[in-house]
Design a protein around this ligand. Structure first.
Ligand code: AVJ
Length: 324
């Protein structure tokens, strides 16, 4: 029997290929914004993997360290049949959890979810080889599509995980409705494992998003190349510059593409012409930095009760295990 490594979630093609409503919206308003999901075409996902290995980019390493310390304990507490990951990327850190599960159970199912087809397929095939006793199947789509899909495909006892502080990409309002959706999708008794980047001095944060090899700059600029191929655009990447600053009022890193010349850009498939002026910026990402206790309270309000949370010795990154 041939098992397909991926399921393409229904509206994915429609939404990303034809629609682009959010791009039209974001580029027509002042200041201009773009959704961070446009970072992750195949090339962007590859660049993000490189970011995770940069000396300045501490979150991935610290979160992996926390998982290494406590994955056995997490597996022991949760003992789920189904492990689901939102924004799985290469699933590298996930293997720490799968290893822990392998010690305590013969069978479980792992469903990675991502918008980037190439990295998702590659990692599913790799994991299928490494964990022959587990059922591993990718879901290609956005968070929203995945949560809708999961809501109507319930087997039994789930742990949903959302690592790497991807939650930080939502503003306060978006975060609120995302957590609502998570808590509605899970059943009583299910678990939610959340990794969050914590507040820390500005210089450390700004270094992490302005690395000396300029991989983050390439990652940021790649959004424009992505829009060029996806929507037949004519962005000239040399007219934009990467910028990442820490906003201490809102406790968030902000990434911008700063425009250095007055010019028009068109995106044919969206029937869109946009004027860019010298000195204006597109906001491409916010990456909020959290306070562990505050986050736990917020989760609690959504019916996601913290069973246990962990951090590293510097208190730079937090991992929270909650139960519905
Ligand atoms: C994947 C959203 C957690 O915000 O740190 C890394 C993305 N952007 N460097 C982050 C990112 C610039 C990352 N998240």
């Amino acid at each position: 029997m041939i098992v397909q490594p991926l399921t393409v979630l229904d509206h994915h093609h429609q939404e990303l290929r034809n629609n682009g409503e959010d791009v039209i919206q974001g580029l027509s308003q002042t200041p201009k914004t773009l959704s961070p999901k446009y970072f992750y075409d195949d090339h962007g996902s590859q660049l993000f993997e490189k970011i995770c290995e940069l000396p300045e980019y501490y979150p991935t390493r610290i979160e992996a360290w926390i998982l290494q310390q406590y994955a056995d304990e997490i597996a022991e507490i949760t003992r789920c049949c189904e492990l689901i990951e939102l924004g799985s990327g290469s699933s590298t850190k996930t293997q720490i959890i799968l290893d822990a599960y392998q010690k305590i159970t013969d069978f479980c199912r792992y469903l990675p979810i991502d918008v980037s087809g190439k990295i998702l397929k590659t990692s599913v095939l790799e994991l299928q080889e490494k964990y022959p006793d587990f059922a591993i199947h990718g879901l290609l789509g956005t968070y929203e599509q995945a949560l809708v899909h999961l809501g109507s495909n319930y087997l039994q006892s789930r742990m949903l995980f959302f690592l790497g502080s991807s939650l930080g990409n939502f503003n306060a309002e978006g975060c609120d409705s995302f957590l609502d959706q998570v808590s509605r999708t899970l059943q009583p008794g299910d678990y939610f494992l959340l990794g969050v980047d914590l507040q820390k001095p500005k210089d450390i944060l700004e270094a992490a998003y302005n690395d000396s090899q300029e991989v983050t700059a390439d990652f940021n600029l790649n959004v424009l190349s992505h829009l060029n191929w996806r929507f037949q655009g004519n962005f000239d990447i040399s007219l934009f510059r990467h910028q990442a600053i820490y906003n201490e009022v809102d406790n968030q890193m902000e990434m911008y593409l700063h425009c250095e010349k007055n010019h028009y850009v068109s995106l044919e498939l969206l029937d869109l012409q946009v004027l860019f002026t010298n000195g204006e910026s597109i906001m491409t990402e916010i990456s909020r930095k959290f306070d562990l206790a505050t986050m736990e309270k917020q989760l609690d309000k959504k019916g996601l009760k913290t069973l246990k949370s962990w951090t590293d010795e510097k208190g730079w990154f937090g991992l929270i295990l909650c139960q519905v």
